[in-house]
Write a protein of this length. Structure first.
Ligand code: SF4
Length: 484
């Protein structure tokens, strides 16, 4: 999972990019990068670490140009580290690109390039996409490319590259510096655009626009290319459009609540999911005195649940703001270490009460188990858990780090899972040490946005089918990474 930014405006574009990247820092903490362009000069800086530590005032002062892009990375293909940090650059025809997502035929593309003695400099999956696009552009003409050339080259690229992605690029087109952005045919990964007096911005989340004074205009349409030139109306061209299926996990966990994705407020969607879960908790006859969210993602859903159950919602957990997101940490060792740092409890909010703890999801089970043991010290009378998503039973191959089946706690108890959700909820309550555990049902999650979604990690209905060897190579890639 990563975050992308692209901006076309006046001088000093690098400062807006750095600000916007900080607004979406939650999407990746491993490495970051900024690239800008001024006439025939290209500027690029990328490194391990957070935006605020990599891009100091003196680093930013070394950039020039009125067009640029930025990236925050969390590895879902390839290893961590500077070598895989984005953006990537190709000299001919002079193009920068960066992406958020997973290229599912990455290993096939890499193999083909190696057979032709074209060596990749990284194991990041956007690098072969850049070479495919550059190759298709150079097949059309060697220099003086036009928007029509880019459209034709992208059509060919979409035939060769399969995956869930939002790509941002900059290059010289029709005799001027141009920014472009495109999304995969299903629009699985998010991508939005905005405007400010003839200047343009694209981003993974709309919140980046609010931070930089751009006005959110809408989605980059799925399967389409958008081309932005200073002072001109953006051009939208369909490349390969299928049914729009945005990732529901963005709304559950990943995106900031103050973002709008695919026209839906993340905050409002979490309220809807909370109300749906409250209905199920009521049907089960669970009675509680207080609702306590696991900070920060679960707060809107917990508020909605408390309203529906007519009980107070309280802050029982205090989160260490500097410990990072445990799920985003790449290895199990990092995650467990970070979790110990992450939460503490306010004893009085739990002691002698029937407590309902709300969290967004259970992937590996370690966080939930840790939270229950932490709360146990405060001696609640009863401890119930509500999860505003269904069990994660299938891996994600589209750019969220849940790509290894054997890591998923639902897979570890798959016999129970297959017996039905009631059995599985009992099993998970036992595993975590809670009195009860309630998941949201799959049909609810599919109804939440009022439009088709990707919910494949819950029900296995993958919008973009994968071949067996593609699945295996993505899982092996992650296994190798964990070993490192
Ligand atoms: S499989 Fe799950 S996490 Fe992956 S894109 Fe689909 S909904 Fe999102």
């Amino acid at each position: 999972m990563c975050g992308v930014i692209g901006i076309l405006k006046e001088e000093g574009v690098q400062y807006d990019i750095a600000l916007a990247l900080q607004a979406i820092q939650h999407r990746g903490q491993d490495s970051c990068g900024i690239a800008t362009k001024e006439n025939k000069k290209f500027f690029l800086e990328k490194d391990d670490g957070l935006v605020s530590s990599v891009f100091t005032p003196s680093t930013l002062a070394s950039f020039q140009g009125n067009i640029g892009m930025g990236h925050v990375r969390y590895p879902t293909m390839g290893s961590a580290g500077k070598v895989n940090a984005q953006p990537f650059f190709e000299k001919q025809p002079g193009i920068f690109i960066t992406h958020n997502g997973n290229i599912i035929n990455y290993h096939e593309l890499r193999k083909r390039f190696l057979e032709e003695s074209l060596y990749l400099t990284s194991s990041c999956d956007v690098e072969p996409v850049l070479y495919v696009l550059a190759e298709e552009l150079m097949n059309i003409r060697k220099y003086g490319h036009t928007t029509e050339d880019l459209t034709a080259a992208l059509k060919k690229t979409y035939q060769r590259v399969r995956g869930a992605f939002t790509i941002v690029g900059i290059m010289y087109l029709d005799g001027e510096d141009t920014m472009f952005a495109c999304r995969d045919p299903y629009g699985i990964r998010p991508g939005v655009w905005g405007e400010q007096e003839g200047s343009f911005m694209v981003a993974s989340e709309s919140v980046a626009m609010e931070m930089t004074g751009f006005e959110y205009r809408g989605d980059i349409p799925n399967g389409s290319l958008m081309v932005f030139k200073k002072g001109k109306k953006p051009l939208t061209v369909e490349i390969d459009v299928k049914e729009h299926r945005p990732c529901i996990f963005e709304y559950i966990y990943f995106a900031r609540p103050d973002s709008i994705i695919s026209g839906h407020s993340v905050y409002d969607t979490r309220l809807v999911l909370g109300r749906m879960l409250a209905e199920k908790i009521k049907r089960k006859g669970i009675r509680v005195d207080v609702v306590i969210p696991v900070p920060d993602t679960a707060r809107p859903a917990a508020t909605a649940i408390a309203e529906e159950l007519d009980v107070p919602v309280r802050d029982g957990f205090i989160k260490n703001r500097y410990s990072g997101r445990t799920f985003i940490m790449p290895s199990q060792y990092d995650r467990e270490f970070a979790m110990r740092l992450k939460h503490n409890t306010i004893e009085g909010e739990f002691k002698d009460k029937r407590v309902l703890i709300i969290d967004d999801s259970i992937v590996r089970g370690t966080t939930t188990k840790h939270i229950v043991s932490l709360v146990g010290r405060s001696q609640p009378k009863e401890l119930h858990i509500g999860i505003f998503s269904p069990p994660v039973y299938y891996p994600c191959y589209y750019g969220i780090d849940i790509s290894r089946q054997h890591e998923l706690i639902a897979r570890k108890y798959s016999d129970c899972y297959k017996e039905g959700i009631d059995h599985f909820e009992e099993k998970m309550a036992h595993f975590t040490g809670a009195d009860s555990l309630t998941y949201l049902d799959i049909p609810d999650i599919r109804k939440a946005l009022g439009q088709p979604v990707c919910a494949a990690c819950f029900d296995g209905d993958y919008p973009l089918p994968l071949k067996e060897d593609e699945q295996r190579s993505i899982e092996n890639d992650r296994d190798e990474y964990q070993k490192c």
